[in-house]
Design a protein around this ligand. Structure first.
Ligand code: B12
Ligand code: SF4
Length: 451
């Protein structure tokens, strides 16, 4: 069977702030995992339309002649783009089986109940995809395969749910060979060096109300063993590695073992980025020095979310401003740069924007990100104030919940904060520039919003 796996374009047509996504390109690990699951008798290709937005899809389909096209939809904001690609494929040839997967597909499946979409993957995709392709190859039916939804008389029919994969080590390595052609695009924002992303654990045990991860994976966290991660890392030559786990430091003992193994095997990199909650940074304080020693520059992303305990409580964040402050101090003590994100309270007054800017400067947060509030499908917070139901606006930069301030004032406040982001990003870039004597020319496409 010939399979074409597609990432839809990340830029949303004519959208304000769209430029920012040019600086956010990284590899589609989900698709690489699916490709690895069906290696062997099948022909698989990955097409990343965020890197090739002007590609002629018909020409590609003419040339590749796929039997099955699988599209990934990573966020609500690209629901329309994902559908557009699927519609074009079906219009090209009605016999091509069209399929879509990703977190939004599981959270709002009705959005994908369209005549041009044959199958939806609900939940984790690897085993479902493997069983589906096997069934199609053997000309068997797929209606008993777990983790699918298909259309019948215009309605979605769901097969039994797909259990979470118990042992992540049982999965093959992602097919990075299929994305080598895009490595000039997959550059990090600061150093413009090629990067690989690693997703070494799945899920998160916390229950922040706004977050989709705990809804998709449940509140369990599953880990790859350090050995499995090291195998994957050894196969990667990227100078920049991003550990895109939602909560990498949740298990400090495992994180320490991984650090020791990277050192023992000489797998250090120029830059390492990882994400963690502030309470886990505090828990992992004693091992951060080891991580710092593995790289020229270490960056940690924290979801700080706010500067008042009341707001953090409203978000069900499960952390406090005191914890955030302590985590920030620990990172500074270890010479680790901080990327901190905030969700700006729709009920704030104009003074709040200044207070956020002051906090960021005082705490020396190198890369602050400020998002407007987006309600999660199953969380009641601000549901009654949704003023925009067009998914294209669900990017955190546009406003979908009516603020207490006049909308223009709230927008201005956000824009001012984003100017601070640009200024601080530039400062960080200057600081680290000397460490990264990157002779490679920077592609215009990846230059992005900040610089
Ligand atoms: C890495 C990452 C990024 C990377 C992009 C990586 C990439 N090119 O794919 C960067 C930094 C660029 C990024 C940007 C953004 N991200 Co992001 N990101 C993630 C993160 C941390 C990991 C994604 C990942 O690689 N997962 C690992 C793979 C294995 O899982 P997967 O992609 O879901 O695929 C599996 C299944 O979903 C399914 N599947 C997926 N596609 C398909 C297709 C088929 C055919 C089948 C059968 C199955 C299938 O099978 C796969 C294997 O199990 C997730 C959180 C998370 N836990 O997933 C957030 C997450 C996806 N991001 C999110 C957001 C909000 C954004 C931004 C909008 C943030 C912002 N305001 O800038 C932007 C938008 C980007 C965009 N494309 O529009 C939200 C999405 C929420 C939502 N409901 O919309 C998430 C869930 C984070 C969160 N805590 O809420 N992100
Ligand atoms: S800690 Fe992060 S990943 Fe976990 S539920 Fe909260 S926001 Fe989501």
């Amino acid at each position: 069977m010939r399979i074409l796996l597609i990432t839809p374009p990340t830029l949303v047509e004519g959208k304000e702030y769209g430029e920012v996504f040019k600086s956010f390109m990284s590899e589609p690990i989900g698709l690489e995992m699916l490709a690895a699951m069906v290696a062997g008798e099948n022909e698989v290709e990955i097409l990343d339309l965020s890197c090739e937005p002007d590609l002629d899809l018909h020409e590609k389909l003419d040339h590749y002649k796929p039997d099955l096209v699988g599209v990934t939809c990573m966020g609500m904001r690209i629901v329309y783009n994902a559908r557009k690609v699927l519609k074009a494929v079906k219009a090209y040839d009605n016999n091509i089986i069209t399929m879509v997967g990703g977190i939004p597909v599981s959270l709002v499946p009705e959005e994908f109940n369209r005549e041009y979409i044959d199958l939806l993957a609900i939940g984790e995709g690897e085993i479902t995809f493997k069983e589906l392709v096997q069934a199609l190859n053997q000309r068997n039916g797929y209606k008993t395969i777990k983790g699918l939804a298909y259309r019948e008389n215009g309605r979605l029919v769901f097969t039994p749910s797909r259990p979470l994969i118990e042992n992540l080590d049982s999965l093959p390595l992602p097919r990075r060979d299929l994305i080598d052609k895009y490595m000039t695009f997959y550059r990090d924002r600061l150093f413009q060096l090629p990067n690989h992303s690693f997703y070494t654990s799945r899920g998160c045990p916390y229950r922040c109300g706004f977050c989709s991860v705990n809804k998709f994976y449940g509140r369990a966290i599953r880990y790859q063993s350090p050995e499995r991660f090291i195998d994957e890392l050894s196969a990667s030559n990227a100078e920049v590695i991003l550990l895109v786990d939602d909560n990498f430091l949740n298990n400090p003992e495992r994180a320490e073992k991984i650090a020791d193994m990277i050192k023992e095997r000489g797998l250090e990199r120029k830059y390492i980025g990882l994400s963690s909650r502030s309470n886990n940074i505090i828990k992992a304080e004693s091992i951060l020095k080891k991580w710092r020693g593995l790289t020229d520059e270490l960056g940690v992303c924290i979801g700080l979310e706010g500067i008042s305990d009341d707001w953090l409580k409203k978000l069900k964040k499960g952390s406090t401003v005191e914890m955030n402050n302590r985590a920030i101090d620990i990172l500074h003590e270890n010479d680790i740069h901080i990327s901190g994100s905030f969700i700006v309270d729709p009920d704030c007054g104009t003074e709040h924007f200044d207070a956020l800017a002051r906090y960021v400067k005082e705490k020396d947060i190198s890369l602050p990100f400020f998002y407007s509030f987006i309600p999660s499908p199953d969380d009641p917070l601000y549901k009654d104030r949704v003023c925009n139901t067009d998914w294209r606006y669900y990017d955190g930069w546009n406003i979908v919940v009516k603020p207490a301030l006049p909308i223009e004032d709230y927008k201005k406040g956000l824009e001012k904060l984003w100017n601070l982001t640009k200024a601080r990003a530039l400062k960080l870039m200057m600081k680290v520039k000397s460490k990264f004597d990157n002779k490679e020319p920077v592609r215009a496409e990846t230059k992005g919003h900040y610089f």
